[in-house]
Write a protein that binds this ligand. Structure first.
Ligand code: SAM
Length: 210
């Protein structure tokens, strides 16, 4: 059978490896069958099954939303008009979701709204040097956390992607002082070899002190 990834451009060994992995990945297949834009949708589904953060009363801010897998899941649980998605990249329209394009920090200044759930699956572009990649994602985490004081409602929940690498423990300590409960979670659908995991912080105390 001819490969769906056939291309006339010569692939680098790492691109070839990525394509091979995509072809074999059961979550890629499942996402195609079930109409999700990305296999990452299953990570949020797993988080939802375990922590029940989404329901029809919630307003959700999805940061780093493209191509839209998490927004699709948030839309399913919360309903039309309740999800705002932001990404640096253009995202295909998704009926019932407000989509904004740009850096999350700059884009948020145009919003005057509190959300009951903030999701961040944002990942900076990686360079492959794990210490540098770790610092880049920690910078994103800190910026998201700071913005939570303005955009996350009291009692709200924050789900944020981290890459294991050392200093996330400090961040975890800070989160623990601002949320009633903080969990570390590695979904089954997150690739075993990936250093990514999620912090699920529940019930924001909103004390105004960072
Ligand atoms: C892993 S993807 C998100 C996948 C998404 N959760 C889904 O299910 O389709 C990470 C996204 O973060 C976005 N991103 C990274 N830095 C960003 C920033 N500063 N502002 C907005 N989006 C950002 C990237 O453009 C990328 O689309």
């Amino acid at each position: 059978m001819e490969s769906q990834y056939h291309t006339s451009v010569a692939l680098t060994p790492s691109s070839k490896k990525w394509l091979e992995r995509q072809k074999k990945d059961p979550f890629v297949k499942k996402a195609k069958q079930e109409g999700y834009r990305a296999r990452s949708a299953y990570k949020l589904i797993e988080i939802q099954k375990k922590y029940r953060i989404l329901n029809p009363k919630k307003f959700v801010l999805d940061l780093g939303a493209a191509p839209g897998g998490w927004s699709q899941v948030a839309l399913e649980y919360c309903g039309s008009g309740r999800v705002t998605a932001i990404d640096l990249l253009q995202m295909q329209p998704l009926s019932g979701v407000s989509i904004l394009t740009g850096d999350f920090e700059e884009t948020l200044t145009s919003l005057n709204q509190e959300f009951s759930v903030i999701l961040s699956d944002m990942a900076p572009s990686t360079c492959g040097i794990s210490s540098v990649d770790h610092i880049r994602i920690m910078d994103i985490l800190e910026r998201v956390f700071e913005l939570s004081h303005s955009y996350l409602a009291k009692g709200g929940h924050l789900v944020i992607k981290v890459f294991k690498g050392g200093t996330e423990h400090e961040f975890l300590k800070i989160l623990k002082t601002h949320f009633e409960k903080v969990h570390h979670f590695k979904p089954e659908s997150s690739r075993k070899e990936s250093k990514e995991m999620y912090m699920v912080a529940l019930n924001f105390k909103k004390t105004n002190k960072i």
